[in-house]
Design a protein around this ligand. Sequence first.
Ligand SMILES: COc1nc2nc(N)nc(N)c2nc1C
Length: 309
Amino acid sequence: AETKIKELAKRIERHNRLYYEEDRPEITDQEYDQLMRELIELETRFPELASPDSPTQRVGGEPLPFFEKVVHKTPMLSLGNAFGEADIRDFDRRVRQAVGNQPVRYVAELKIDGLAVSLHYENGMFVRGATRGDGTTGEDITQNLKTIRSIPLKLTRPLTLEVRGEAYMPKAAFEKLNREREERGEPLFANPRNSAAGSLRQLDPKIAASRQLDTFIYSIGELQGETVESHSEGLELLESLGFKVNKERRVFDDIEELLAFIDSWTQKRPSLPYEIDGMVIKVDSYAQQEELGYTAKSPRWAIAYKFPA
Ligand SMILES: COc1nc2nc(N)nc(N)c2nc1C
């Protein structure tokens, strides 16, 4: 049975890759569902042979009676806001003052309009995921997060770490979901952010599994034994570990070019397949981030530029 389970899992993973990443499935949905049913049946008969990163984890198990609480090891902070160019220049001035006029490199990233989540891995295995909650205590939504295919169940290396990012619903999935709800006479979701939040707060993971949710990971927590000097390197490491990291990020040594980049995204925003509500600008150097530190609720080394509503 063990070889059968391993072989079935491999076949299903290959079909997942063909379907989700290369968009060229080789088998019909019915054949795929048959393979999945076989694997679920074998894992039910031999639970000790079911691996935690089995593709059956993606379909969601039994509904939970309630969500456990999770106390975040380090609080999930919010970002200070900038509403215009002047605020960004003020931020830049404050940063340069605080680091004693060393050269400063920034990373500018898209600010995805979704739900902040924290993902905890032990020896490379996804063990727990939680919502931000009030920043200190969130809800354990591990079962729901396991159904999001862009969240790796097993990293490419057996590292123990925590990462944070945004879970979101692509615009197309949001529109399709609302069309289906309209046909069923159900209330519509107001926007992709609400539908992502609503989907991840369901006690029944099969609902989250049906909602085509996705993620972009944007920060890496404490990490033993790795020497990563900057945020941009951290994002490269996250990609190499198997996380989905947004590609529309760029580093800047010059604030004028950064401002032009922000302007360009203000224009290009409608063309994105997901909603963003701004940009996030971060000091790239971890050493400088340390020097800058935090206020009671936000890092001094980052700021969120909010697009005009
Ligand atoms: C460092 O803290 C953060 N970084 C972020 N980065 C991006 N791209 N998007 C966010 N929403 C975000 N939020 C926080 C609290």
